[in-house]
Design a protein around this ligand. Structure first.
Ligand code: GDP
Length: 294
């Protein structure tokens, strides 16, 4: 995953580790190498310069804490700054003792239906009682796809084949699951309409009917830093509480996608790392950076 970025960052680090002495020119060189690696991964140029500015300033000014060599301290600064770029370590907690209604948003092809099934499985594994409502009435086959994927994990999917009124399906679905003591209901929505305005109108109507506890936005990681604009557009319609970036296994621009999503202020909650049902991971900035730096 993100092999290009990983290689670039690791090569930059190696220079520091193998150098005989740390001086200003070495720090500047490190900074340039990091810039190159991040830009190649489509991280927004402003964010790249911010991070390397912090890296240079801190590396030159800060005295390493006792027990930490100058080199190790620089590595730690880089680690901190990269993790900061990817958001906070805070984790969303589903509310106990009530049904948590989660709206799954995203444009067609982003991986929304796949993620809904993956998440249903992951949360079930964690001990939650999960149900799904399939309200993507626009894309033919979406409901069947959802049912087929969820069947394997015994998660019930409510859908109405032939009914095109998504908000009504959501309403009926919530009624259907009422009193069955589910912890989480995931609601899959449409990702496309003839007009973008129609889609956003539908999201607003579904938002009203569902009164969601959390709206999760699914974004295709291959679009890189464009994630920012997409997240902003959805956020204006339904407040986005968390983001899931998909296709990080197949994207050279994944670093840019993650940084852009984090820059919106919404938390990246999960990442999609493949087409199989188990290819969904909880996202933690520090763990992710740890994996990148090796
Ligand atoms: P939707 O239109 O947003 O519901 O998109 P789908 O869930 O149908 O996914 C679109 C395509 O992306 C499918 O072929 C999925 O298998 C694929 N896909 C989804 N998530 C991932 C991922 O994390 N990695 C890869 N490589 N493919 C993915």
């Amino acid at each position: 995953m993100l092999d290009g970025l990983k290689t670039g960052l690791r090569a930059a680090l190696k220079k520091i580790v193998n150098s005989s002495a740390v001086d200003e020119s070495l720090i500047k060189e490190l900074s340039k190498d990091i810039q190159r690696a991040l830009l190649q991964s489509d991280v927004n140029v402003k964010l790249v310069f911010q991070i390397t500015k912090n890296l240079e300033e801190r590396s030159l000014k800060e005295t390493p804490p006792p027990g930490l060599s100058r080199k190790d301290h620089i590595v730690k600064i880089l680690y901190d700054e990269l993790a900061k770029l990817l958001g906070t370590e805070e984790q969303y907690v589903f509310q106990p003792g009530k049904v948590n209604k989660v709206l799954m948003l995203g444009i067609q092809g982003s991986g929304k239906t796949t993620v809904t099934s993956k998440l249903a499985k992951l949360l079930t594994r964690q001990g939650y009682r999960v149900a799904v409502i399939g309200a993507d009435t626009y894309r033919p086959g979406a409901l069947t796809q959802l049912k087929t994927m969820c069947e394997k994990t015994n998660v019930e999917v409510y859908g109405e084949e032939g009914n095109k009124d998504s908000p009504e399906i959501v309403k009926n679905g919530l009624k259907h699951f009422e009193g069955q003591s589910f912890d989480i209901i995931l609601i899959d929505t449409a990702g496309r309409h003839k007009e973008e305005k129609d889609l956003l109108d539908e999201m607003t109507r579904i938002g009203k009917v569902a009164d969601p506890d959390l709206a999760l936005l699914i974004i295709d990681g291959t679009i890189g830093q464009q994630c920012y604009n997409q997240a902003e557009a959805f956020h204006k319609t339904v407040p986005v509480g968390g983001i899931i970036i998909t296709k990080l296994d197949s994207s050279a621009k994944g670093g840019g996608a993650l940084a852009a999503a984090a820059a919106t202020g919404a938390q990246i909650m999960y990442i999609g790392t493949g087409e199989r049902i188990d290819d969904l991971e909880k996202f933690s900035p520090t763990r992710f950076v740890g994996r990148m730096l090796g």
